[in-house]
Design a protein around this ligand. Structure first.
Ligand SMILES: [Zn+2]
Length: 319
């Protein structure tokens, strides 16, 4: 009897162990190490054009790079299933609000059983404002009231204002930060240097009091966080090797702009392929050469990532 109970306990704990290694029990008995489905997410589109450069818009550049990325991945890995969150300049899933558009992207990624989520965006910063004193103008004012009212003249400085493009350039790869303290999620800074974040103000952030959100955050933290860092790091290292400006490696951010990263239940990165607000980089990210460099780098990072993830055993830390 004791033996039987022990055997039963052993079997149960083994099953629990195996299920915990297989994602949400997708394939029972074996670890989920095969990367079969990749979700490619071209940022923005349709009613939500994203950042604007002097001659192009973010939605178009991200779509072009995303389609080329999918094609290149498919060529190199014919068995890989590629799912795009959009393939035209339209709202994702033809959803009318930005909130639903983003929700659709995450839902599609999840319902397609994605193993990796790659979101492609362009960065942008505000132009630099300048002011130069051009001279003075004499202006007349009245001071006092009633009989005491009198006329005075003052010299008022005259300025010429103009802006120049912000020279910020380079690539950035973001992952959703894994917060151990869930309360932090609620106090996520709204302050952001990226203009596009403002337009996402109607997105609801994960509510740590909602059990489903809480569970998803926990799974992200436990299962996907390290893989996301690894993949993001490979992408950033590759950009650096291509001579792009390194803006500090993989960055963790929790704000509305990258909400979709944690909503997709899989390792996920958001790649800012360059600054559309920088005239040189805008040309580069629109050019065939620039786009093929970017694609080649992400394909290379994916190749290494896939090999690493798939070669890891059940006991691996990375799983
Ligand atoms: Zn964007």
């Amino acid at each position: 009897m004791v033996k039987r109970t022990l055997l039963y306990l052993f079997t149960v704990s083994l099953s629990v162990l195996l299920i915990s290694f297989t994602g949400q029990g997708k394939e029972q008995g074996f670890p989920q190490t095969q990367i079969k489905t990749v979700i490619i997410d071209p940022g923005h589109g349709g009613d939500f054009p994203g950042a604007r450069g002097s001659f192009s818009k973010e939605a178009d550049v991200s779509l072009s790079v995303s389609l080329k990325l999918g094609k290149a991945l498919q060529q190199q890995f014919p068995d890989l299933k590629i799912i795009y969150t959009r393939t035209t300049d339209a709202n994702a899933g033809n959803r009318s609000t930005l909130k639903d558009d983003l929700r659709y992207r995450a839902d599609l990624a999840n319902s397609s059983g994605g193993d990796l989520f790659i979101s492609i965006h362009c960065n942008s910063t505000s132009p630099i404002r300048h002011r130069q004193l051009t001279g003075y103008k004499t202006a007349t004012f009245y001071v006092g009231k009633g009989k005491k009212k009198r006329k005075v003249t003052r010299k008022v400085p005259q300025y010429h204002y103009w802006t120049t493009p912000n020279p910020a350039k380079g690539t950035e790869t973001y992952i959703w930060a894994a917060n151990k303290d869930e309360a932090k999620i609620q106090s996520i800074s709204q302050n952001n240097e990226y203009g596009e974040i403002d337009s996402l103000s109607n997105i609801t952030m994960p509510d740590p009091n909602d059990p489903a959100e809480k569970a998803r955050m926990l799974i992200y933290t436990q299962k996907y966080f390290r893989k996301s860092i690894m993949f993001g790091d490979l992408i950033e290292q590759g950009f650096k090797a291509q001579g792009r400006v390194d803006r500090g490696g993989v960055k963790q951010r929790n704000d509305k702009g990258i909400w979709v990263l944690q909503a997709a239940g899989m390792p996920s990165v958001l790649v800012e392929i360059g600054f559309i607000s920088n005239p040189d980089e805008e040309k580069y990210i629109n050019s065939d050469k620039g786009q093929s460099d970017i694609v080649a780098n992400i394909v290379n990072a994916f190749t290494i990532y896939k090999q690493k993830v798939e070669s890891k055993s059940v006991n691996s830390q990375i799983n």
